[in-house]
Design a binder for this molecule. Structure first.
Ligand SMILES: [Zn+2]
Ligand SMILES: [Zn+2]
Length: 587
């Protein structure tokens, strides 16, 4: 059988060949679910001249990839206990990582290429099953080329699976398992070209849950106990939502409902027609799960309720209604969930998507790669004042689309270091300064990346100041600059205000070099959205452009007999446990 690759599949193959001709760095290809990864894998395996190993983590995927390859009249070995075959004979082997990791002693040959399907599961540790296989193959070929494929290169709890993206930006850490993403196809392309079904996103104009009121961990996740408490107080909302689902599903074939917790799933199931509904959770035993999935695929069951188990690797093409009743902490996760309904299927025109949990994501948002701070945040483009790179961060805009605020920390642009390597631009939008060497560090860093000194914890400083009788802590809500004339010199007076109107002041002398240095050290590197950082040379200039200045979040002053309150410290870009001005509560 002759096969032809779709244009983007051909491009993915060409990029891979080109990359490995020039480099041995482990690389990733990102293709959305439904893009036909197995065909790309088959083609790469076919054109390779030496031995190739293709890894997957479940037997179904091993089988699927192998079948695609074999259907083109090519021969392949299969190494998978689940498939009851353990052969490495042919030039190309399709293996399950569990089976192969148990038999690395059998890998005593030279392989030129290792392809890892669903490569977001690789964590980079050499003791992991993937690590064991990679190490074993590298014994015979230290120059082994490693290619990963995935639809989801980012996961909130694990971060990015690769370090650099070919669009010239940094994503994951330098020690991410893969060095570079060499090709990525957006979901939008797939839908636009008819390879996936159109989503029909409807705003549910009915009461929905507000999980955002709950405390979340650093990955943006909520605890099941907290969610259960919230849901228990919202049983009426659940009932209303399910009535809505029932109404909208009348013209639909298959409905997938994503619940927040097991208890929630049971409650949802209770409101649905019993004979047409099934529930799958992490505790559902395999046989039962297979039986339910089969019945759902055969349309004997219309409603499939699940709790965080069917987000990947499950496909029933006829699904044409996705009801989201759970919080989704990242764009990627949201896309994965919606992706369950985007497969093409006969007679299916679109897939209805309704988010009843107010997650506020758009299917076509780019993955920002960090936790969304508030439900009204959206991805915004922020140009780096240093290198000009267009970063995408979470932020807020006004009704005209003007940027009000963004939460980016460091520019993600990649720059050539002049020696053939690419390094991340070192411009930081927010930073914590090392009191030892003056180097800028990430606001969450505990140790200086330059001199290794321990960075002062701003919370310790605030706590210490609050415990002192002669100290004043201003929760700063703004600043004001004016020129004052003293001793016939124009001096710059900056006043800081807190929410209740309390204030304190400090004076800078920009007429001399030392004074300019001190002021610029504090105010020349940060700038309000829409402005570039500015070098300040006179008090008049500062007063004229004071809307550009970024005020500190906290000002700590000490009582001095001579001068009244004297500012001892200012905390910029604060991140910690104390509430900042204009913040309703700590997030
Ligand atoms: Zn930059
Ligand atoms: Zn330092």
């Amino acid at each position: 059988m002759k096969y032809s690759l779709r244009p983007y599949q051909q491009e993915a193959v060409e990029r891979t060949v080109k990359h490995f001709r020039a480099s041995q760095d482990a690389a990733v290809i990102v293709l959305p679910t439904g893009a036909g990864k197995s065909l790309v894998i088959a083609e790469l395996a076919r054109i390779a001249k030496q031995k190739v190993m293709v890894l997957a983590h479940v037997k179904e995927l091993v089988e699927q990839n192998a079948e695609k390859f074999i259907s083109f009249g090519l021969k392949a070995s299969i190494f998978s206990a689940g498939l009851k075959q353990k052969s490495l004979q042919q030039q190309v082997t399709f293996a399950s990582v569990q089976s192969l990791a148990r038999h690395t002693d059998k890998l005593n040959e030279h392989y030129s290429l290792l392809i890892i399907d669903e490569c977001h599961r690789v964590n980079g540790e050499s003791t992991s099953q993937y690590g064991q296989v990679i190490n074993a193959l590298k014994k015979y070929n230290p120059a082994l080329k490693v290619l990963g494929l995935t639809a989801t290169p980012f996961r909130m709890a694990m971060g990015w699976v690769y370090h650099q993206h070919y669009h010239g930006l940094v994503r994951g850490n330098a020690d991410a398992p893969f060095k570079k993403c060499i090709y990525e196809l957006p979901l939008r392309y797939m839908i636009k070209h008819g390879y996936l079904t159109k989503p029909y996103e409807v705003d549910a104009a009915i009461s929905h849950y507000d999980f955002s009121s709950l405390p979340s961990d650093s990955f943006g996740r909520y605890s099941p106990a907290d969610m259960n408490t919230l849901l228990k107080n919202n049983t009426r909302a659940t009932q209303t939502i399910i009535n809505h689902v029932l109404e909208y599903s009348q013209t639909r074939q298959g409905v997938m409902i994503f619940a927040a917790t097991v208890m929630h799933a049971q409650e949802i199931t209770h409101y649905l027609p019993q004979e047409q509904t099934a529930i799958i959770t992490g505790d559902t035993v395999n046989n039962e799960r297979d039986r339910i999935i089969l019945a759902f695929k055969q349309k004997k069951i219309k409603y499939l309720v699940n709790v965080s188990v069917l987000t990947t690797g499950f496909d029933a093409p006829h699904v044409d209604y996705i009801a989201i009743l759970r919080p989704t902490e990242s764009v990627s996760l949201y896309q994965q969930i919606v992706g369950r309904g985007l497969r093409l299927s006969e007679g299916k025109e679109d897939c209805l998507v309704i988010d009843y949990a107010g997650n506020g994501f758009d299917l076509f948002y780019p993955e920002v790669g960090s936790k969304k701070a508030a439900s009204d945040n959206e991805p915004v483009q922020v140009l780096c004042p240093g290198c000009g790179f267009a970063n995408i961060f979470w932020g807020k805009t006004d009704e005209q689309g003007k940027l009000l605020e963004h939460f980016g920390r460091r520019c993600q642009g990649l720059l050539d270091d002049g020696e053939g390597e690419q390094i991340q631009c070192d411009y930081r939008f927010r930073f914590k300064e090392c009191e030892h060497c003056g180097e800028q560090n990430d606001i969450a860093a505990r140790q200086c990346h330059h001199c290794n000194a321990v960075l002062a914890d701003p919370d310790d400083k605030l706590r210490a100041a609050l415990n002192l009788k002669d100290a004043l802590v201003l929760r700063c809500s703004g600043l004001h600059a004016e020129v004052i004339n003293a001793h016939k010199q124009p001096l710059l007076k900056i006043s800081y205000f807190d929410e209740d109107g309390a204030s304190c002041e400090e004076v800078f002398n920009l007429t001399n070099k030392t004074g300019r240095f001190i002021f610029n050290k504090q105010y020349s590197q940060r700038a309000q959205p829409g402005y570039n950082p500015t070098q300040w040379h006179s008090a008049e200039q500062v007063v004229e452009c004071q809307q550009q200045l970024v005020a500190p979040d906290f000002v700590i002053a000490r009582k001095s007999k001579q001068y009244g309150w004297k500012i001892a410290d200012k905390l910029f870009d604060y991140q910690g446990h104390f509430r900042k001005a204009n913040q309703l509560s700590r997030d």
